[in-house]
Design a protein around this ligand. Structure first.
Ligand code: NAI
Length: 258
């Protein structure tokens, strides 16, 4: 059995991923605001460091897999704190425990939204590791109203996808034998999208932005299965990839543009 740390384990994709791992006999240490083995707020520096320390202790110092699902989609500055720094800072803090494992793996959840319009300035500030500056830019974007404020979410998902591609091949990750990858879902049926998908108007808006010719909206299980494979010991050579598991949305929108 392997020991996994799963963030966002109390709901949606994280909960389904945790259950899938437990069903096959693995040990899961969940991190979430509430209803998890480690209750912590990943929007703050202290919350991330504390969560990593407690998860590492519960794991006995060795963690085989980390799967980062926690995130929010609201058009507020905090979204990039959770979706980007709540992933990168936590993963960095858990890296020593991963490096101590025999077949360590990590996977994060980006999104189809990473391909949508975003704030280049916000993405660059995040990648530079400057959370204060990133929040300043995000606050300014949000202050311009909802038509501009929505940019925070795609920016957070673009930044995390690029972070994965940069970090995955460094001595700290690939060099330490840790496979690091991302999954980019289309529209997943979870509490995050419940309200949006409840009205015809909301569904039409979502489907125009994220066309899913293969089987339409996806269950959380479709993402959990990819996350579980990416963090399995069998994944010996996939690194730095952003896997679009999205009903064909990426191929529909980007086509030949790769
Ligand atoms: P969800 O809302 O069902 O679950 C998210 C979980 O993250 C919740 O349990 C929540 O408490 C936790 N969380 C939020 N803020 C936190 C914080 N500050 N500290 C600790 N935990 C926190 O959402 P869902 O749909 O399962 O989303 C999971 C991930 O998948 C997110 O990163 C989301 O952006 C991403 N995603 C979701 C899509 C969808 O259509 N549902 C599409 C593409 C990506």
């Amino acid at each position: 059995t392997r020991t996994y740390v799963v963030t966002g384990s109390a709901s949606g994709i994280g909960a389904t991923t945790a259950q899938t791992l437990r069903d096959r006999g693995d040990r899961v240490i969940g991190i979430d605001l509430k209803g998890a083995e480690v209750e912590a707020d990943l929007s703050t520096h202290d919350g991330r460091i504390d969560a990593a320390a407690r998860a590492t202790e519960l794991a006995g110092g060795v963690i085989d897999g980390v799967i980062a699902c926690a995130g929010i989609s609201a058009p507020i500055a905090k979204t990039i704190s959770i979706n980007y720094f709540g992933v990168t800072e936590l993963l960095e803090a858990l890296r020593p425990a991963l490096a101590a494992a025999e077949a360590p793996r990590a996977a994060v959840v980006s999104s189809m939204a990473s391909l949508q319009p975003n704030s280049k300035e916000m993405v660059e500030a995040a990648l530079a590791g400057d959370e204060a500056k990133t929040l300043e830019i995000a606050d300014a974007v949000v202050a311009q109203g909802p038509e501009v404020g929505y940019l925070v979410y795609p920016s957070s998902k673009r930044a995390i996808a690029r972070w994965v591609r940069r970090e995955a091949v460094t001595p700290e990750w690939a060099g330490a034998g840790i496979a690091l990858n991302a999954v980019a879902p289309g529209t997943v049926v979870t509490p995050m999208t419940e309200q949006l998908l409840a009205t015809e108007e909301g569904r039409a808006m979502v489907d125009a932005a994220v066309p899913m010719p293969l089987n339409s909206h996806q269950p959380a299980q479709s993402i959990a299965d990819v996350l579980v494979w990416l963090t399995d010991a069998n994944n010996t050579h996939m690194a730095g990839q952003v896997i679009y598991c999205d009903g064909g949305a990426d191929a529909s929108l980007r086509g030949d543009d790769i």
